[in-house]
Write a protein that binds this ligand. Sequence first.
Ligand SMILES: Cc1cc2nc3c(=O)[nH]c(=O)nc-3n(C[C@H](O)[C@H](O)[C@H](O)COP(=O)(O)OP(=O)(O)OC[C@H]3O[C@@H](n4cnc5c(N)ncnc54)[C@H](O)[C@@H]3O)c2cc1C
Length: 68
Amino acid sequence: MSKYGAMCKMYASEMCVRVANEAVQIHGGYGYTKVYPVEKFYRDAKLCTIGEGTTEIQKVVIAKNILK
Ligand SMILES: Cc1cc2nc3c(=O)[nH]c(=O)nc-3n(C[C@H](O)[C@H](O)[C@H](O)COP(=O)(O)OP(=O)(O)OC[C@H]3O[C@@H](n4cnc5c(N)ncnc54)[C@H](O)[C@@H]3O)c2cc1C
């Protein structure tokens, strides 16, 4: 079951970063500044791939479950 938890956490986190990154890009230079909250959305999204088990660690968990 930890395999599916790791898969969900990794996919949702990576998708969150992808979407937030696209949002920053759409805003152009403003996306990089603090004029709009989109830069914070990106930083908040990025934490998902680091906190509570990084993406790399989720991959280790998934691999161990698949290869055991
Ligand atoms: C804003 C913020 C809030 C936080 N809040 C909390 C909190 O409330 N409670 C708490 O307990 N922690 C908290 N943390 C800590 C967070 O859980 C850790 O930062 C996270 O677990 C990553 O650990 P690390 O920073 O020591 O990175 P490291 O373990 O040093 O990893 C560095 C890099 O190496 C990679 N790596 C490490 N080991 C492997 C491996 N075996 N194979 C492949 N790649 C590997 C990692 O994926 C990462 O990319 C917080 C962090 C931040 C930034």
